[in-house]
Design a binder for this molecule. Sequence first.
Ligand SMILES: Nc1ncnc2c1ncn2[C@@H]1O[C@H](COP(=O)(O)OP(=O)(O)OP(=O)(O)O)[C@@H](O)[C@H]1O
Length: 335
Amino acid sequence: MDKEEPAVDGGPGAQGAALIELDGVEKVFDVRRRTGFLKRERHEVRAVDALSFRVRRGEMVGYIGPNGAGKSTTIKMLTGILTPSGGRLRVAGLDPSRERTRLAQRIGVVFGQRTTLWWDLPLIDSYRLMHRMYRIPDARYRENLDRCVELLELADLLDVPVRQLSLGQRMRGDIAAALLHDPEILYLDEPTIGLDVISKVKVRGFLRDVNTERGTTVLLTTHDLQDIEQLCSRVMVIDHGRLMYDGPLAGLHEAGESERTLVVDLERELPPVDVPGARVVRVEGARQWLAFPADRSAAPLLAHVAAAYPLVDLSVREPDIEAVIAKMYAGRTVS
Ligand SMILES: Nc1ncnc2c1ncn2[C@@H]1O[C@H](COP(=O)(O)OP(=O)(O)OP(=O)(O)O)[C@@H](O)[C@H]1O
């Protein structure tokens, strides 16, 4: 067992010792671009730029950003597949690219777009191979396998070749494979991509259980913000390789300077209502939508509308997190 790193002040909501530590990490790719017949130009792509953060034991952190932001490059450095061009990186006290084999015993990885399972073999054969590859003690393997089979509903799939599994079945199979050796850290790269609603609910429920029951630290990359809303108390937003936000999901609303919406059902169609501190953004028949700053209380608006207009119903809608994030990306000045 490796000695544990001392606790370091980490991100918001962090509890235990820092398991993942990045200090000024960079990754620069050298790319050759064709600029004409026989002519090529070299240029650098700075995929990750001065990235610093800490993730503590037991945290479940969302890692989001637009296409090409640097998420996969970060995950690849955290697993040791890629070597950083600069900065300091430690995972469970290890240098991932130099101690990749030792680290492999301590992490589990699920890439939603790829499988780690043997395509032509029945699912159970992949698990048997992993049992040997990771030298998992028999009792532990059996216990972990039984648990995953039960909770991920894999019993009827164990004898099916992986290539015959549906995307959702294969994903559940991949998640089980990543957990058989009891990793302390689980990296999930788009674990719900392409899944139907029911499969997503199952996968999210299972991941939540793994985190709470086993204390597994989870770093989750996704374009599905419901994954983050339902699983992560902390979210990091990356763009152009840089960390733009690190904090609770709710704090994104403030960072994005977003608005809440007051939906007003009037007794009849009326011209746009006039309420101080809010503006009408949409009218449909007797229903009107009023936008107001997310950090303001809705109470005075409700009171004003109720006193001045013939009302049937009122409701307040929280900002759409996707809109907030899109606004954050749009507002960033690219260097
Ligand atoms: N092997 C590579 N060689 C050259 N450039 C690369 C390489 N891998 C990634 N990049 C570039 O680095 C940047 C970050 O890519 P990365 O795959 O990390 O983004 P991402 O946030 O995971 O995006 P997506 O959401 O689309 O998967 C992009 O500009 C990408 O083109």
